[in-house]
Ligand binder design. Structure first.
Ligand SMILES: *Cc1c(COP(=O)(O)O)cnc(C)c1O
Length: 429
């Protein structure tokens, strides 16, 4: 399968090159050249098919012959080695819990898939790839865990000092081996700017830098898997399905739309955002005006210019009318989010966290217009990762899951940096 750059459709690369490069040399995101729907028979029998088989069917055309079937199946087995429960929260409303992986964030799925693809591509090479990633919280931990010990890959994670939670910081600073954490004196946008600059820096070319954000196709495409898994459970209700994704860089929702292109019957998509409302404003006013990010309690979605939105526009061929028929986007305040955490808990005993609560709010709003539908929102992280907000809001004490317990007693190791030059010196040494 070939991928073209969204900045220049004549620039085409293989799956392997797209994964290794992350972004095209012209800074465009990669996009698959063809998308072929799966057979109707697959959807007719999906409830009898295992998660690994479903994932294989969903991804195989995007990998093509570049990874042999047996190896790809092994990669999927390792990627999907945990549960994806669909939990009923109230009548016709379900939470798809994506937080049962090793770092308790949905990003585990993409990080594990991508790391194993890179390991496969490096199997006979002496060259090294450097995964350089900026994190506002969850990406760092998932990437650190997913890439730990992977042959031929060095991982360098930049995070803003004092701006990530204690648990998140430990997840990315305690693993050692091929993982290094650079603790940046600044905010997330500073980390992101350093990463962007590094990708353009000729002096760093030989380091074979790649990204592990959802701009990388091997992080983004596997996010389709769990949308298929949700359908596998919801099919029996025989109702139109509404999917609400709490959205930051719009990777999950874009993967959902891709799943629909493969034939998955999702009736309507909702991109639920916090105060970072670039896409809701676009749908209302028709012009796309990114803004600097605003800090909120759902901080993994504090993104002012969502990187995958351009892929969504490509999926709709820039046809705004067709897009609006399938897609809504709503923005919610921190006060609404916190109040919703409380009402969900009071009415149903379900413990959500701020990102899931934003997803729930968007779903409920959209369902007012689809009274016969069944709705699902993504619960993208475990509440323990946002305990500073969840515990006081609900007046409860959360038990610490074993995945988290194991990092709490490890010693933090990070390298403090203040400037791009310091990061570059680290990479060059
Ligand atoms: C990354 C993240 C999101 C945003 O997901 P996108 O695919 O970038 O829209 C939402 N919630 C949590 C907890 C996250 O870590």
């Amino acid at each position: 399968m070939n991928y073209y750059s969204l900045n220049n459709k004549t620039h085409k690369v293989s799956f392997e090159e797209a994964v290794i490069q992350g972004l095209a040399p012209d800074r465009g995101l990669y996009f698959p050249e063809t998308i072929t729907p799966l057979s109707p028979a697959f959807f007719e029998t999906i409830e009898t098919i295992s998660h690994e088989e479903i994932a294989f069917e969903a991804i195989k055309q995007f990998v093509g012959s570049e990874i042999p079937e047996a190896e790809l199946k092994q990669i999927l087995k390792e990627t999907l080695s945990f549960d994806f429960p669909l939990v009923k929260v109230e009548e016709n409303v379900f939470s798809l819990e994506l937080f049962h992986g090793p770092t308790m964030a949905f990003k585990d799925v993409g990080a594990r898939f991508m790391s194993r693809c890179l390991a496969y591509f490096n199997r006979n090479k002496n060259q090294k790839n450097t995964v350089l990633v900026a994190t506002s919280g969850d990406t760092g931990g998932a990437v650190a865990s997913g890439f730990l010990g992977v042959k031929g890959v060095e991982v360098v994670i930049l995070y803003p000092s004092g701006k990530v939670s204690d648990i998140q910081e430990r997840q990315l600073t305690t693993l050692g081996q091929n993982i290094t954490a650079l603790e940046v004196d600044g905010v997330f946008d500073d980390c992101q700017d350093m990463v962007k600059k590094a990708f353009l820096d000729e002096d760093l070319k030989y380091k074979n830098l790649t990204s592990a954000n959802s701009i990388n196709i091997a992080r983004w495409l596997p996010q389709m898997f769990y949308i298929f898994f949700a359908y596998r459970e919801l099919k029996k209700h025989n109702k139109p399905i509404i999917l609400s994704c709490p959205s930051g860089n719009f990777g999950n929702i874009c993967a959902g739309i891709m799943a629909k292109r493969l034939g998955l019957p999702i009736a309507h998509f909702v991109a639920s955002t916090n105060a970072n409302d670039t896409v809701p404003r676009f749908l209302e006013k028709g012009n796309y005006e990114p803004k600097p990010s605003i800090a909120t309690i759902s901080n993994a979605m504090d993104v002012g210019n969502p990187s995958n939105f351009i892929r969504i526009q490509e999926l709709y061929d820039n046809d705004l009318a067709a897009f609006q028929k399938d897609f809504s986007s709503y923005s919610f305040t921190d006060a609404e989010t916190e109040a919703t955490l409380k009402t969900i808990y009071k009415n149903t005993n379900y413990i959500a966290e701020p990102h899931g609560a934003v997803g729930y709010l968007g779903l409920k709003k959209e369902m007012q217009q689809h009274p016969n539908a069944v709705g699902v929102f993504l619960e993208t992280a475990h509440p323990i990762k946002f305990l500073d907000i969840v515990e006081p809001a609900l007046n409860i004490k959360l038990p610490i899951p074993t995945q988290i317990e194991s990092v709490l007693h490890q010693e933090k190791v990070s390298i403090k940096i203040k400037s791009y030059e310091e990061m570059k010196n680290y990479l060059l040494k």
